[in-house]
Ligand binder design. Sequence first.
Ligand code: MTE
Length: 559
Amino acid sequence: METLNRPDEWKIEQGLSGAKLPFLDQSGGETVLIAPHKWEGFVKDEAAIKSVGDPNKLFTRELDGWKGYVEWEKYPEKKAKAHKILTSQTFPPNPEYQMGPIPDTNPVLPGTHWKMWHHAVGGELTSIPDDSWAIVLREKHPDMLHLLQFPYNGEPPKRLVTSKAVTPNPLHFVRNHGGIPLIEKDKFSFVLDGLVANPKTYTLDDIMNESRFPRMEKLVTMQCSGTRRIEQISLYPGQGDEVPQAPWAEGAIGTAKYVGISLKKLIKDCGGLIDGAKHLEFYGADTYFKNDEVMNYLVSVPWSKVKANEVILAWEMNGEPLPKIHGYPLRVVVLGYIGARSVKWLYRIKALKDPSLAPVQRKEYLYFNQQVGKHNQRPTAGIQIQEMPVSSAIMSPWQKQVVIHNGKIRCKGWAYSGGGRWPERVELSADGGFSWYEVPVENLSEKHKWTWRTWEFDLPCDVEGWIEIVCRCWDNSLNTQPLSVRAAWNWGLHVTSSAHRISVYSINKSRALTKDRLAKFEHIGAPLAPLTWPEEFQTQSWEEYNAYFEKNGPRDVDD
Ligand code: MTE
């Protein structure tokens, strides 16, 4: 039999295979189908690549004792050469992880593109993917969820995200845009230049000298603005390369005690800002690839933030030297801003008149209006994200989990607000957000200006069957969270700050019938899980059934 159907016709018609759906172009007279593009395989212009020169001579280690550090910002011609290599060949298309399934492996995603780009440029970059993975295995907890193997992006599993109010270093999430530079402490120094009166170079010993600079110690929550992105993706796909970088759940947040000095003191030591400088740009020694361009990791913060002593140069994290993966030997910690501004592997601070022009600052970490998407997006249409809004998340139970309880469901989670605001109240609802219970203050972890609060609560729930548990936080400015993801959805897939909703199947044992039924499952040894398996026994005897209708009349009446 001839058919025009594809074997997976039913599935794609039902939207269960969205990436394979053709577009319908109705903008002309006739509707035209546009099929998803098929990759035509690798193309490589060997001669063009060869003409660039020897990568081992071009893309060398910038400084002795700084393995994996290639300087790009000082050498535009070197950037141009790497660009030529990258544009003289093709790479496989961006993998589809939004309208197609995410692999069920750990590492979840391998980072094939980034590995290929590093190998294509070569030189010092060649061994970075392997070196970085070795550091992950050495420094991170074996239970970490490796969302992206390279550049490494990982978060702890839900049961460990809030198991402690201060996150142990091996469990702190990691967000990397490139490989991990391996910097020897004795060979380390960084420069503070640009629009300062007296540019200077500092070693670690210089800034650790307490007779010159007072120490600063702060408990700080670091949050990636991609946290909880998975909720946006599972409803509607967005920005094409955000998910392959990290399909974050609720674990891209962590809290640590950092020790260092206030950047303000260092600027004073350099004679202060000159010529109307208003921003401080930070340079990280890692290599980032974006749109066939290579660069170091650069962002900036306004002077007003530095002036308020809210920017730390930190060398210690929870009483230990910074782990290599978190920026050893020195990183920036910007209190209350998204993690993106807290540059790791710092090698330069430059005072500028305007915010950094680097792509990470200007063209990423943007918050768009809901109607902005692929075909009308311009970077100026997005708000550059600095302080994260108030947010919260439920760590237990999990989405789609079945909970057997005695009228109260034990819930755990975190709440956080950026910009130096803090959670004042956490509320939970078991009915989708109609009625709210307050988490008693004694069930919240300690209050601090720059940190989250973890919480636990036994949420009253009388209902049987599927319920929607919702969590929201009120911060000290009485800001709270939008009630649905849709209300605040962003093409850029950053800032999922809506109230956290999970569907849970409630089995309420405080009800006599349910209690007896559970006893019956146990008595006959029938499996309780999975939920969708049919019961292996009659749920009512015929005697009881007939007695009911004798007493209450038949199903249909004659008159
Ligand atoms: N600094 C450098 N040099 N390179 C990076 O990729 N990632 C930033 C920031 N600093 C990044 C960086 C982002 S997006 C975040 S969320 C935080 O580091 C994460 O810090 P962590 O990995 O120590 O948790």
